[in-house]
Design a protein around this ligand. Structure first.
Ligand SMILES: *Cc1c(COP(=O)(O)O)cnc(C)c1O
Length: 384
């Protein structure tokens, strides 16, 4: 693309055309054209704006139905939903949690909040998510089963959980990862923060593992302002999730009794009211984004840049569209030109294992993560 600067101006022209504007085009903006104001007003009029109210219960029921799980437990945000998931599956101080280095920082922060230690394993190039092949390789080299627990021979720590992430709403090879985790007695928690509305073989992302979490932050495909949800098919864990997220208060009409250290993680009714209105429009959002992705795929076919498409077995929500450049130099030219022409574009995340807080953590070889880190760029993806 660098050699042919026309390709860059063509791309810029094409995106401006798609969004039918000469004004600044953000990467992803929320869309509030449904019952948002109606439900928010209802919520305020009811005076139940905090963590008790009908919208919270209704929102949870509808999310469970939409994602096909037994229970959905809503939280204040996706990061603390992930933190709770790790606590719930039994992650304790100094346990190790396997994850990917190519992810938003929240994945790794959640592991740290649980006082656990992340291990960074490479991703697959065609999913941008945790590679089952690298996972198996790592476990073959380092894992030792003692009874029904998995230990890291190198560090002596217990490997308690594995938390892969579904990048930009595209499914990682979660079925293969799940069977490896079962073989090694490792709990599987999915960071499906970006995956609301995405499925793999017809099954919603976040519903494969013991637990999964989705985010409803303002930049995600649907939003509650701030918010997240835990997906669970295990009644005991769902009950515990609600308990822990409400300061571990034992339900009682007037007494305040608590039986363990809990958290103030429950989503307020006000946020759930917004979420309910957004969920009603999710099928429309998905449609619009999948259409946009088709248009991008068609356009980039003629250029020397590849557009990241889902695999046949998945249906991605195309939360953030991604293109892959041949090298970092080309990528940098595009980032510079698009951003200075009023089109917001952004490189994929810096690898978490290179950040100062995580630079001493154990990693596998990371050729794919490094390759993607230098080449992937997100382009405008809002619902039109
Ligand atoms: C957005 C996001 C989160 C965290 O969600 P918040 O609701 O912003 O706390 C976690 N992991 C990934 C991969 C995300 O993209």
């Amino acid at each position: 693309m660098t050699k042919d600067s026309d390709a860059i101006s063509d791309t810029i022209k094409y995106i401006k055309n798609l969004f039918a504007t000469e004004e600044f085009i953000p990467l992803h903006e929320p869309n509030f054209n449904g019952n948002e104001k109606k439900y928010l007003n209802e919520c305020i009029d009811s005076t139940f704006v905090s963590s008790v109210g009908k919208f919270v219960d209704e929102f949870e029921e509808l999310i469970a139905k939409f994602t096909g799980v037994k229970k959905a437990i809503v939280c204040v945000n996706g990061t603390n939903a992930l933190h709770l998931c790790l606590k719930l599956v039994g992650v304790e101080d100094n346990d190790e949690v396997i994850t990917q280095p190519l992810t938003f920082i929240a994945t790794t922060n959640a592991i740290t909040y649980a006082n656990a230690i992340p291990i960074f394993i490479d991703v697959d190039r065609d999913t941008m998510g945790l590679s089952p092949k690298s996972l198996r390789q790592f476990l073959n080299d380092h894992a030792e089963l003692r009874g029904t627990e998995c230990f890291n021979k190198t560090t002596g720590n217990r490997i308690k959980a594995c938390m892969p992430m579904h990048t930009f709403g595209h499914a990682c090879r979660i079925e293969e990862i799940k069977s490896i985790c079962e073989e090694f007695h490792i709990e599987l928690v999915e960071d499906a923060a970006e995956g609301m509305g995405s499925t793999l073989n017809g099954k919603h992302l976040g519903s494969f593992g013991t637990l999964g979490a989705i985010s409803f932050n303002g930049n995600k495909i649907m939003t509650t302002g701030g918010g997240g949800v835990i997906l669970s098919n295990n009644n005991q864990l769902s009950a515990k999730a609600k308990h822990l997220s409400t300061q571990s208060k034992i339900p009682h009409k007037w007494e305040y009794r608590h039986d363990e250290i809990g958290y103030n993680y429950r989503m307020p009714n006000l946020n759930a009211a917004l979420g309910l209105a957004q969920l009603e429009q999710l099928p429309h959002f998905l449609n619009s984004k999948q259409n946009l992705a088709k248009k991008y795929a068609e356009f980039f076919k003629n250029l020397e840049v590849s557009f990241f498409e889902d695999r046949p077995e998945e249906k991605s929500n195309y939360w953030l569209n991604a293109i892959i450049f041949n090298d970092k130099a080309e990528r940098d030219v595009f980032l510079e030109k698009s951003n200075s022409n009023g089109i917001m574009t952004r490189p994929i995340w810096q690898l978490v294992n290179t950040m100062p807080m995580f630079k001493n953590c154990l990693t596998s070889e990371l050729p794919n993560a490094k390759w993607l880190e230098e080449r992937v760029v997100n382009i405008p993806s809002s619902v039109r």
